[in-house]
Design a protein around this ligand. Structure first.
Ligand SMILES: Nc1nc2c(c(=O)[nH]1)N[C@H]1C(S)=C(S)[C@@H](COP(=O)(O)OP(=O)(O)OC[C@H]3O[C@@H](n4cnc5c(N)ncnc54)[C@H](O)[C@@H]3O)O[C@H]1N2
Ligand code: MOO
Length: 390
């Protein structure tokens, strides 16, 4: 059986690179910027007042100094003249600083009667002027690749960039398999349960930047699986859930091989997630996840999210392994790399007692997966271990 790292490398090899498409800025949130963007203007494009007040000459600023107000500068309409000795221009936040002025006295420090302005409080040394280009200049760049967040979008808008090149969203088709499954909201028969994995995986993969299409549940027959796999055509990645193990009704491998799957690997030395399968199915990459709900989700974090990141051109593709102190001890690990559901709090990491791979409740109460190497010995409280934030 191959290791998790080997399996992830093979999965990443299957991940197709996405082309670039242009999207309007208003639709670019969370998309992956595919090429560096360059500002073609300075911001602010002129020296601007940062306060409401009066533009004067700095050398004339002192308590009780008096000025004649000769005009007004607003945000959007500059004062065209020049501020001379003894003169002031009424100015508002964001307005261009008039020629001849190099200091803004805030209005709270002044008293005005008609055109006569007096400084009534010590203004202090701050000029209240934002130099031209202090935020960014022509040629400033926003680097790529990057997932565009709210802050990036505000900056791009200020740069006057109306549309951006982004990586096309990977299209992922999700196929739940099993005679026992019905959709949430349906009435299950006495031996049936609700298909849950697709919902967790859809949220996880869309959060990573993919577009996910949930296909109808496939039943445990070759024919039904073939129909579902055919419906998945057009997807960049086809993900099946369940039917991956060795039981008589675990037919995903057989059905996909009938359709021409070139298998890359089957089974990984990990827990949960052992019966993972991956390969190339026509134009698409295919990943067959184990059906146990936690196994499917853990494989989502460990393999599918990295795959989406690779397709989007993000680096590193692999999950970010962190380190933290154990708040409670851990038993020795077995031969498989173990991803243990855990809670990371102020005291450190605590693994949940029951790690059975059917327990979604435990997964929902977790915010970390402790990563245990094969044959890791017992660990005491206070020891440092590796974990994935989830
Ligand atoms: N004799 C062996 N039995 C099993 C082995 C093994 O090595 N030898 N491996 C076990 C491990 S580990 C796992 S993981 C599971 C994987 O099984 P499958 O991928 O074949 O999954 P199913 O049998 O179809 O389902 C397992 C379990 O999960 C439930 N399930 C399936 N799909 C969904 C879904 N979309 N939403 C919610 N729950 C789902 C299903 O009802 C079963 O309870 O095999 C072990 N067996
Ligand atoms: O590999 Mo299974 O996923 O341990 O439950």
């Amino acid at each position: 059986m191959i290791t998790v790292d080997e399996a992830r490398a093979l999965v990443l090899d299957l991940a197709p690179e996405m082309e670039t498409e242009q999207v309007p800025l208003a639709e670019a949130a969370e998309r992956v910027l595919a090429a560096e963007v360059t500002a073609n203007r300075d911001q602010p494009p002129f020296a601007a007042s940062s306060m409401d007040g009066y533009a004067v000459k700095a050398t004339e600023v002192e308590l009780h100094a008096m000025f004649k107000v000769i005009g007004e500068a607003t945000a959007g309409q500059r004062f065209d003249g020049t501020v001379g000795p003894g003169q002031a221009v009424r100015i508002f936040t964001g307005a261009p600083v008039p020629d001849g002025a190099d200091f803004i006295v805030i209005q709270e420090d002044t008293q005005r009667r008609g055109d006569l302005l007096t400084i009534t409080d010590e203004p202090g040394p701050k000029t209240n002027i934002r130099p031209a280009g202090v935020d960014f200049r022509v040629g400033s760049t926003l680097s790529a690749p990057r997932r565009l967040n709210a802050r990036d979008l505000a900056l791009l808008a200020a740069m006057n960039v109306p549309a951006v090149p982004v990586a096309r969203k990977p299209q992922i088709a999700l196929i739940a398999t099993g005679n026992e499954l019905v959709m949430p909201g349906e009435t299950p028969g006495p031996d049936q349960i609700i298909a849950s994995n697709s919902f967790g995986l859809k949220a996880l993969l869309e959060d990573a930047g993919a577009h996910v299409r949930m296909l109808p549940i496939a039943r445990d027959t070759i024919k039904s699986l073939e129909i579902a796999l055919n419906l998945a055509q057009g997807a960049d990645v086809v993900v099946t859930i369940g039917g991956a193990s060795v039981g008589d009704y675990d037919l995903v491998g057989e059905a996909s091989e009938k359709l021409g799957l070139q298998q890359s690997f089957y089974k990984v030395r990990m827990r949960p997630g052992k019966p993972l399968m991956a390969g190339q199915l026509g134009e698409a990459a295919m990943v067959g996840l184990p059906g146990n709900p936690v196994s499917a989700m853990v494989c989502g974090y460990v393999f599918l999210v990295p795959m989406v990141r690779r397709m989007l051109g993000l680096t590193p593709a692999g999950p970010e392994v962190k380190q933290a102190r154990l708040a409670s001890p851990l038993p020795a690990n077995g031969p498989r790399e173990h991803y243990m559901r855990a809670w990371l709090g102020d005291e450190g990491l605590s693994a949940f007692d029951d790690q059975d791979s059917s327990l979604l409740g435990v997964l929902a109460r977790s915010n970390a997966l402790i990563v245990r190497p094969p044959h890791d010995p017992e660990r005491a409280s206070g020891e440092i271990v590796q974990y994935l934030p989830i």
